[in-house]
Design a binder for this molecule. Structure first.
Ligand SMILES: Cc1cc2nc3c(=O)[nH]c(=O)nc-3n(C[C@H](O)[C@H](O)[C@H](O)COP(=O)(O)O)c2cc1C
Length: 340
């Protein structure tokens, strides 16, 4: 029987439990240079001390204009490696494994003077009109993802996650709503994503898993649904993705009659469908902060891992609390043992 506190292994990544800290932008870089600051160190290491098995560092961008804001983390320069490595090493010393989410915001880069995108279609009238990337620029972005991955490996991360969800660049390429290109990257909507996967994989050690966060469903009118996402996810799996982190939406403002739910476990059915159809490990995310529910998602084999987002912003010790509530054994940091 699997539960939230059973270990998990994929390739060389071995986790002490199945609790994942979902990637969450902190917009807290000090000097607009993409370099992790004290805040990031304290924030992530606290969650490692708090018992989280697997921490995924927030959206970290492959070029300055790929940031949502100028206060986002980056991996476009070698000087960004050491402060991330310090976080990884400290998290390791408290028993957590660490991944990093590599990304480009595309048309949702709010501070870029002119954001870039597959096609010149603005996210909404509150967003800037993006410029369509040339074919050569698309190819050079593949290389930027490759270099960012090489830096992540140097920083000692245990896994890499590509951000292919929430309406950011990788998502923009595979969505027919945002990719109206006439070149090879428009005729084949997953070509960019597949090339990024292959480039990134080439920089990663053989036993390091590559994860991809996807929006398994779009909510705006004319958007894709789970059937289409099974098709593109299968292509990404064949290109080298080892595990999917299953989210949804982000492609536009939701219609009045339907966006993602806000109820507990609202994205679990999407994770289960991807897991079953592709026979691939998945992370479920979205309102899983009730430990009984997160435990059930694992026990019922809806997902292999359960990611916690906002609740881990409220409570860095969520994993330790969950162990108490579920009556599971977990290592308590020695200085805190009298409290448990
Ligand atoms: C402050 C904040 C920042 C976020 N940043 C990211 C991000 O960098 N990458 C990402 O994939 N999702 C991001 N998300 C979404 C979360 O990872 C998560 O999927 C979402 O909050 C749902 O999980 P929850 O109900 O446990 O919070 C962010 C969410 C919040 C609240």
């Amino acid at each position: 029987m699997k539960d939230l506190f059973s270990p998990f292994k994929i390739k060389g990544l071995e986790l002490k439990n199945r609790i994942v800290m979902s990637p969450m932008c902190q917009y807290s870089v000090a000097n607009q240079d993409g370099i992790a600051a004290d805040w990031h160190y304290l924030h992530y290491v606290s969650r490692a001390i708090g018992g989280t098995g697997f921490i995924i560092i927030e959206m970290t961008d492959v070029e300055p204009d790929g940031r949502i804001s100028n206060f986002d983390l980056g991996l476009w320069s070698d000087e960004q490696i050491a402060p991330l490595k310090k976080i990884v090493d400290a998290c390791h010393s408290y028993g957590a494994k660490v991944g990093i989410q590599i990304a480009h915001a595309g048309r949702k880069a709010e501070d870029a003077e002119v954001p870039v995108a597959p096609s010149s279609i603005a996210f909404s009238n509150q967003y800037k009109q993006p410029r369509a990337l040339s074919t050569e620029e698309v190819k050079s972005l593949v290389e930027k993802f490759r270099s960012a991955a090489a830096r992540a490996v140097k920083a000692g991360f245990d896994a890499i996650e590509l951000h292919g969800a929430h309406g950011y660049l990788l998502h923009q390429f595979h969505s027919p709503l945002t990719n109206k290109r006439e070149d090879e990257y428009g005729k084949d909507l997953t070509k960019f994503g597949r090339e990024v996967i292959e480039a990134v994989k080439a920089e990663m050690p053989e036993d390091m898993p590559l994860m991809m966060r996807i929006s398994a469903k779009e909510y705006v009118e004319g958007g894709y649904g789970i059937e289409e996402s099974l098709v593109f996810a299968r292509q990404y799996q064949q290109a080298g993705v080892d595990l999917f982190d299953v989210s949804s939406g982000g492609e536009g403002h939701f219609p009045a009659d339907g966006g993602p739910g806000s109820h507990a476990g609202y994205q679990v059915p999407l994770a289960r469908e991807i897991k079953q159809a592709l026979d691939v490990p998945v992370i479920a995310v979205g309102r899983l902060e009730d430990p009984v529910l997160a435990n059930a998602v694992i026990g019922n084999e809806d997902a292999d891992l359960a990611a916690i987002g906002r609740e881990l912003l409220r409570n860095p010790y969520w994993a330790l609390d969950a162990a108490v509530k579920l009556k599971k054994e977990t290592a308590i940091p020695k200085p805190y043992s009298r409290a448990f």
